[in-house]
Design a protein. Structure first.
Ligand SMILES: Nc1ncnc2c1ncn2[C@@H]1O[C@H](COP(=O)(O)OP(=O)(O)OP(=O)(O)O)[C@@H](O)[C@H]1O
Length: 262
């Protein structure tokens, strides 16, 4: 029982009954979950499950058929500008201006977000990203890992409360993945909450505090990786795909099936 005077922190993100359709096709179908302060929350699902669409609705980029998205008490649909200031979104590499240098890109986005950074501060941030040597390099000439590191930095330049990352480690080698995870965990340590998608169940099991597995736009299960393994380890569909100790990947495949999605 909570004490009467105990203060309860509002969730950083709360979505309820979220439904999104493209034309007549409903691709997010009644999703509901909450994310607390300092959580790394994984949104998992096969190709086409509705993960990116859900993130787009959280960002206010697509208009839901129904449901509410509330970021730290601010309803995204009603107060998009206020909500945007609380959100950090990692842009795809293709969204950056390929011909600009790293320094120009940092300056540009600092300006767009209204963050005042001196030239020395910009250079120092770029150095701490491990990109000091690449200061004048054009974005298009950076490696995939360097581009992802820069994209994560830009997404967090205004210290957002909630960070939305769509497959942040896709296509990266193990070294770059580790570096990026360390940065994500540091951001969590500094007080941000993170919602991310990944197709790596191993990563999700290792890094996410809680995960939601969705398919066909519907929530199938939600909890810490250990809770989900415990809850589903005796499901016949999970046992059928497990080799030895049940993993989060076994739970994922058991619940979503093993047929390939388009
Ligand atoms: N702009 C769009 N117009 C019409 N249909 C779309 C659009 N964007 C996505 N879809 C469809 O909506 C469904 C959900 O797509 P979404 O990109 O949200 O899935 P996802 O879980 O992120 O998949 P992936 O893991 O492949 O990135 C898919 O069937 C997709 O083809």
């Amino acid at each position: 029982m909570r004490e009467m005077n105990e203060s309860v922190e509002p969730p950083v993100l709360e979505i309820s009954d979220l439904r999104v359709a493209y034309g007549s096709r409903t691709v997010v179908d009644g999703l509901a979950f909450r994310v607390d302060r300092g959580e790394i929350f994984g949104l998992l699902g096969p190709n086409g499950a509705g993960k990116t669409t859900t993130l787009s609705a959280l960002e206010g980029l697509v208009k839901p058929l129904s449901g509410r998205v509330v970021v730290n008490g601010v309803e995204v649909q009603r107060y998009p500008i206020e909500a945007e200031a609380l959100l950090g979104v990692q842009l795809q590499s293709s969204s950056f201006q390929a011909e600009l240098s790293i320094e120009q890109i940092v300056k540009l986005y600092a300006g767009l977000y209204g963050v005042r950074l001196s030239r020395a501060q910009i250079r120092e941030s770029i150095r701490t990203l491990g990109l000091g040597e690449e200061l004048g390099k054009r974005f298009k000439h950076l490696s995939g890992g360097q581009q992802q590191r820069l994209a994560l930095f830009i997404a967090t330049i205004h210290n957002p409360l909630l960070l939305l990352l769509d497959e942040p480690t896709a296509g990266l080698d193990p070294q770059s993945r580790r570096t990026l995870w360390k940065r994500i965990e540091k951001l969590r340590g500094d007080g941000s909450s993170i919602v991310l998608t990944t197709h790596s169940m191993e990563e999700a099991q290792a890094v996410c505090d809680r995960v939601a597995i969705i398919d066909h736009g519907k929530l199938l299960t939600l909890g810490t990786p250990a809770e989900l393994i415990n809850k589903h380890k005796d499901d016949p569909e999970v046992l059928a795909v497990a080799h030895g100790a049940v993993t989060l990947e076994d739970v994922f495949i058991g619940l979503t099936g093993d047929e390939i999605r388009d």
